[in-house]
Every structure is written in C-alpha cells, then in structure tokens.
Design a binder for this molecule. Structure first.
Ligand SMILES: Nc1ncnc2c1ncn2[C@@H]1O[C@H](COP(=O)(O)OP(=O)(O)OP(=O)(O)O)[C@@H](O)[C@H]1O
Length: 236
C-alpha cells in the first residue's frame, strides 16, 4: 500500500470585501487518513475546500495537495476527486453521459464509467436524465464523478463537502464503508459534515472551524470528550 497525498493549509485567508470568510487558517491533513472538517453554518468550510480545489483564489496563504497547488498538479483529476455540490448537473443529460464527458475531459478510460456507476448503485438509473434524479441519486452521481479518476496503486485525495446530503440510511452506511475503505487503501479523505455521529464513526482526525478560524485540530483518538462535546466547546 502506498500512502502519499497530504494536505497543508497554511495561513489561508479569503476575504469577500470586508468580510473574512476564512481567516488565517492553518492545519495539516495526514496522508491516508479520514479528516472530519467541521464547523457551524457559514464558518468557511466550503470556501476553504474551494480554495484547496483551485476554484476560489485565496486572499492570502496557501492550500497544498502533496506539496503543490491544485493548478500545479500534473494530472489533477486523477490525483483528486471532489464532491462539492449536487446542483451543477445538466438536467437533460443522462447519468452515464455526464460521467462519460467528465472521463473524456480528464483522459480517464471510459470503462471506469460503468465501474463507478456500479460502485455508487446507479447502474439501473444510468440511462435516465439527471433532471429526474432524486437528491440522493444526484449525490451518488457526484460521488461517482469523484471516484472516476481512481486507478490501482495510485494514492489520491478525496474532498467531500456534505456528501451524505440526501442519502437514505442504506446510502449513509454505504458512504461510510466507502470512505473507510478509501483510507484503508492509502487514500486521503477530507469530509465536511454536520452529521457528527457519522463523522465520529469514520474520522481519524478532526478539524473544527468557526468564523473562518481554526478552533480545534487533532487526532480523533486524542479527544478527551465526545465529538459532540468537543464541537460544542470549540464553537461556543
Ligand atoms: N462568493 C461569496 N461572496 C460573499 N460571501 C461569500 C461568498 N462565498 C461565501 N461567502 C460567505 O462566507 C461565509 C462562509 O461560507 P461557507 O460556504 O464557506 O461556509 P460553510 O462553513 O461551508 O457553511 P455551511 O455549513 O452552511 O455549508 C458565509 O458567511 C458566506 O455567506
């Protein structure tokens, strides 16, 4: 097993005019672990993840994946998979066609499309238009897109922003198994979620932010209280 991709957030800030959405944030994500990225609504989690993925330009600081900014990765879609939001699909497109287009753009073999459709439980719905998908089905399609670039023996980073949104209980259990299997295979997973009970079952490492600032970072095993109590202490 190869363990490789770490994430380093250093003195990262994003200001929207006078508003500090992310404020001098520094933390590391160890490679091959699941890191739970937590914080109340509006605390800057999505903005941080978008900067990590090169979608938002930082006001200051850096967000590095294996020592490089996303834009400098030689093969970003194969190194990083992300689930950010489920609203961005073309409603008239079929699930399989959406993935085919993503695969083609990233020079990922088309055979991966059917593999990931099976992995996320969408094989039977692959030829339906995404506009008719439920929220949970769109979330599964987003996860399929994040898994497309995976290839044998190559460590990756998965960035998952609220991935359990809309999933039914079976879907939540499936997602939990997927995330722990990813880390067991040497991949790094950063997952933001408000479902603390789920996070406490899967996370090796916990990062908590509030008002764009770091409030807690450390191994889950080192917490002296429950995740709920740690979260409340860190954010009140
Ligand atoms: N493009 C933007 N322009 C202005 N303000 C923004 C922009 N993007 C985010 N913000 C603000 O930055 C703050 C942090 O937002 P962000 O989405 O990062 O929080 P979050 O922790 O992901 O919240 P949630 O848990 O609700 O998803 C919010 O107050 C939000 O309104």
């Amino acid at each position: 097993m190869t363990v490789g991709v770490d994430v380093r957030i250093h003195a990262l800030s994003k200001h929207f005019k006078q508003f500090r959405a992310v404020d001098n944030l520094t933390f590391d994500v160890p490679p091959g672990t699941v890191t739970g990225f937590l914080g109340p609504n509006g605390s800057g989690k999505t903005t941080t993840l978008r900067m990590l993925l090169g979608l938002v330009r930082p006001t200051a600081g850096s967000a590095l994946i294996g020592g490089r900014a996303y834009a400098d990765l030689p093969d970003p879609r194969r190194t990083v998979g992300a689930v950010l939001e489920t609203a961005g699909f073309h409603p008239g497109r079929r699930g399989r066609d959406h993935l085919r287009i993503v695969a083609q753009a990233a020079r990922i073999p088309q055979r991966r499309v059917d593999e990931v459709l099976g992995e996320v439980g969408l094989a039977d719905a692959a030829d339906r238009r995404v506009g008719g998908y439920s929220l949970g089905m769109r979330q599964r399609l987003a996860l399929a897109g994040a898994l497309l670039g995976e290839s044998e023996g190559r460590p990756r980073l998965l960035v998952l922003d609220e991935p359990s949104n809309g999933l039914d209980p079976g879907g939540m259990a499936w997602l939990r198994d997927l995330i722990t299997a990813q880390a067991a295979a040497g991949h790094t997973v950063v997952v933001s979620s408000h479902v603390l009970a789920e996070v406490s079952r899967i996370a090796d490492h916990i990062v908590i932010v509030r008002d764009g600032r770091l409030r807690y970072a450390g191994p889950a095993a080192a917490m002296t209280k429950t995740l709920e109590e740690t979260f409340t202490d860190a954010t009140s």
